[in-house]
Design a binder for this molecule. Sequence first.
Ligand code: IMP
Length: 187
Amino acid sequence: MSADARRIHPDLSKVLLDEETLRDRIRELGREISRDYAGRRLMVVGVLKGSVMVLADLLRSLSPDVDAAVDFMAVSSYAGTASTGTIRVLLDLRENPEGRDVLVVEDIVDTGLTLASLTETLRARKPRSLEVCTLLDKPDCRKIPFSPKYVGFKIPNEFVVGFGLDYEERYRQLPYVGVLRTPSNGQ
Ligand code: IMP
């Protein structure tokens, strides 16, 4: 990747997780998931749009012994930086998850409301198993108890962007995760 793409964006106060740190941890998650699902048929569900980067890296890290299919969902989330507390399914799965081992891949768990609601929706469709892998977790921000099985990094309560995460659809392309300077953090 070019040095220009790596340059820290002026709207960020700092880089929290650099490319190498992200890559190494996602590889570890891939190994762990490969061990857990070896010999099984896994349905990996990427939650659009934030999960695209972690999903792509995670898929590349899965062992060929995992029989993995990929599907997508999109749900409505934030307007700005405050949780709305409700989700709407904007794009649904193409495949039926009934009887499948489903692994939902998400970018970040904050209040837990999105994934609590999403997993409830999926559980009603009777998958054989249902787990969540999230790149980032802000455990201090929960409004509802929710514990994803696979967590890349626990991070403090700061609004972060990059590596798929956005603020009003911006910054997704940054190859690292950084803390946004304004307006959420007032820095
Ligand atoms: P939750 O329902 O509060 O857990 O929020 C989940 C969704 O909120 C994520 O999928 C993100 O789209 C968004 N979100 C939460 N925190 C952040 C953040 O720090 N940066 C960017 N998006 C965030």
